[in-house]
Design a protein around this ligand. Structure first.
Ligand code: NAP
Ligand code: FE
Length: 367
């Protein structure tokens, strides 16, 4: 048995965790840049709590609330300029995966005089500013991963960067901040978390330690399934979803994702489909594709999530998120070619060629 396990994020979990550990916000400097989207930080109540603590501690702050969904290099460049101009000494990211990923990029750009495209070299002359991550969705696990995923128009896809220095320093996971999510965001992001755990569990880079985390993340998705289907989501269920999301993030920090994410980026890039939903379209077909290579593990995923078959999984996911848009033969070829440029094709347990991706997408059309 040989593996490396590296999880350097100081993680506080539970209702009131920020207020109960507020001194953490004073440890990283005298001026913060708060990075968020247009509404999530305010609606979730997290921004008010953070600002209240910073005011009390007399720590200065500036707010950058322009992070777009699926942020771009230009978007994070703007945040980097503000960080530098304002003399920020640390970054507080509040929001779903988009603001949290943007925070990591902005933390690098704040201290390194580089163009955003150079982020993808994963090598930075100066150590990024410390990031404090506060999720308001329960899906990406970005608060415990080093990854920042940016939309690249030049490559017509989404590409991630990440290095040991881009892990957040601290994460505060309070399920109350996820209550204000619209139901669709709750469901899509829960599917993303499920996808992280199962892709990690089936991927080539899995380890005995990530298997434990992944199996629990998968089991919790099963426990929460009925609530997700009914739309009646209590705070106790939200707590489980947030915990499952964190576990999924810890898994992919080690294993990376596989072709569910690699193919899914096309649906987001070309059709604006939210990230978790795009993954959800592909999960059942991805497991069918890999079945002969990981039969025991796929049966285990079904048993853990309380489902009898891949057909049932397919139906449950379709009920939650719907079916993918109909792709033309040309689109299928384009999606497959772009997916083959993704690193995630290398982590799939079964070798993947462009014709395999085309086959997966063809089969989705027939469902
Ligand atoms: P998101 O793009 O961050 O947010 C989706 C929408 O939900 C936004 O409109 C957002 O509002 C809103 N929202 C978020 N929390 C809310 C709340 N509590 N109340 C009301 N509205 C709320 O969605 P996401 O699925 O969490 O993140 C997706 C991004 O993360 C993608 O770019 C994906 O590639 C990336 N990702 C990263 C990792 C990683 O390891 N780093 C893993 C998987 C995915 P605002 O407009 O105010 O933000
Ligand atoms: Fe994801």
């Amino acid at each position: 048995m040989q593996f490396k396990f590296h999880m350097p994020v100081k993680t506080y979990f539970g209702e009131g965790c920020l207020a109960n550990n507020s001194s953490e916000l004073s440890k990283y400097g005298n001026k913060a840049l708060i990075v968020t989207g247009g509404s999530s930080a305010r609606l979730s109540g997290a921004l008010a709590e953070v600002c209240g603590i910073l005011d009390q501690q007399k720590t200065g702050y500036v707010i950058f609330d322009k992070v777009q969904n699926n942020p771009t290099p230009e978007n994070v460049k703007e945040g980097g300029i503000l960080a530098r101009r304002s003399g920020a000494e640390f970054v507080i990211g509040i929001g779903g995966g988009s603001p949290l990923d943007a925070s990591k990029a902005i933390a690098v750009l704040a201290v390194n005089d580089i163009e955003p495209e150079q982020l993808f070299t994963n090598s930075f002359a100066k150590r990024p500013l410390p990031v404090i991550a506060i999720p308001t969705t329960a899906g990406t696990g970005s608060e415990v991963t080093p990854y920042s995923i940016l939309t690249r128009a030049d490559k017509q896809t989404k590409i991630s960067f990440g290095a040991p220095e881009t892990f957040p320093a601290v994460a505060f996971l309070d399920p109350r901040y996820t209550v204000s999510q619209p139901l669709e965001v709750t469901v899509n992001t829960a599917v993303d978390a499920f996808s992280h755990s199962l892709e990690g569990y089936l991927g080539k880079r899995r380890t005995p330690a990530t298997d434990i985390l992944a199996r629990e993340g998968i089991r919790l998705f099963g426990v929460c399934l009925e609530s997700l289907r009914s739309g009646d989501i209590s705070l106790a269920v939200r707590e489980k979803l947030l915990y499952a999301s964190m576990l999924g993030g810890m898994v992919i920090s080690h294993t990376g994702t596989t072709i569910v994410h690699g193919i899914g980026y096309n649906f987001t890039y070309f059709s604006g489909i939210p990230h978790g939903k795009a993954n959800g379209y592909l999960i059942a077909e991805y497991m069918r594709f890999n079945y002969d290579y990981a039969k025991d593990r796929i049966d285990d995923i079904l048993a853990l999530s309380g489902l009898k078959s891949l057909d049932e999984l397919d139906e449950v996911l379709a009920e939650l998120i719907g079916r993918p848009p109909m792709l033309s033969p040309d689109e299928i070829k384009r999606y497959a070619a772009i997916t083959m440029t993704q690193r995630s094709t290398k982590t799939n347990i079964r070798p993947v060629e462009a014709c395999d991706i085309e086959g997966i997408l063809e089969r989705l059309r027939k469902l």
